[in-house]
Design a protein around this ligand. Sequence first.
Ligand SMILES: C[S@@+](CC[C@H](N)C(=O)[O-])C[C@H]1O[C@@H](n2cnc3c(N)ncnc32)[C@H](O)[C@@H]1O
Length: 262
Amino acid sequence: MSAAVTVIGDARALPWRSGSIRTVVTSPPYWGQRDYGFEGQIGVEPTYPEYIAALVAVASEARRCLTDDGTLWLNLGDTFNTRAAIRPSSHQGGLGHANDSIARSWAQNRDLGLVRYSARQPGLKDKDLMGLPWRVVEALVADGWFLRCDVIWSKPYGAPENAPDRPSRSHEYLFLLSKRARYFYDKSANLEARSSVWTIPVGRGGSHRAVFPDELVRRCVALTSVPGDVVADPFAGAGTTQRVAFAMGRVGVGLDGQRWVP
Ligand SMILES: C[S@@+](CC[C@H](N)C(=O)[O-])C[C@H]1O[C@@H](n2cnc3c(N)ncnc32)[C@H](O)[C@@H]1O
C-alpha cells in the first residue's frame, strides 16, 4: 500500500470510524487567500465568521474520529483585512489551473464569488490584522475543545513582505487541542519540541505550494502518537502528514477535496 493514500471528499464529513484516530495534524486553507478551484472548498467564504463556522464543523468531525485521549494539531496563518480577489496560486499549475484563471479581472472574480471586502468583516477596520487563528480557536474552545498550547512556527529565510509600515510577519500558529482534559502526550519524544517556539523552514511544495515541512509533522506525530496508531489529515494536500506518519511506523490517512497532481 502507498504511504500517502488520500480519499477525495469534504472535510466536514470524514469517512473514518469514530474513536479510531490518535492524532490529527492538519492545515486548513487560510481565509481569503487562495482559490483551490472546486465546489465546496473552504477558505472562500464571504465573511470570516462563515469561515470559522466551517472550521468548527471540520474539527467536530475530527473529534468524533479521535480516541478519547486523542489530539488535534491545527496550523493556521493570519491575514489582513483588505479588499482582495481570491486567486489560484501561481504555483498550482499541477492542480489543473490554467494561467488565465490567475489573470481574471476583479469583475470576473466577483461574479465567481471569489472576492473579499474589508467593510463586510464584523468588528474590523480596513488594514487590521484579523487575529483569525485566535478567533478560530476561541470558537473551538466554545465548542468543547481543550486548547492546550499555541506553538509559534517561526519561519527563517521567509520572503520579506513589502508593507512599509509594519514588520514582516514570519510566523504562523500551530495549536494543540485535545478532546478531553487528559490526553496522550509524550514530552520526551522530541527534545526540540519542548519549547513553544519551533523554528522550521517552510516546506517545498512543488505544484502544491502550502505544504507542511516534514519536520513540523514529525514533531507532532512523535509527541501525540505511538507506532501503530492512526494519524489523520482532513486537508491532506500533497499528503505530507500521511507520508511522514508512515515513515514513523504509524498508519497515515488523509482526505482532501481534490486530487493532488505532483
Ligand atoms: C493548506 S493545504 C494543505 C496542505 C498539506 N498540509 C500538505 O502538506 O500538502 C489545504 C488543503 O485543503 C483542501 N481543501 C479545501 N477545502 C476543502 C474541503 N472542503 N474538504 C477537504 N479539503 C479541502 C485543499 O484542496 C488543499 O489541498
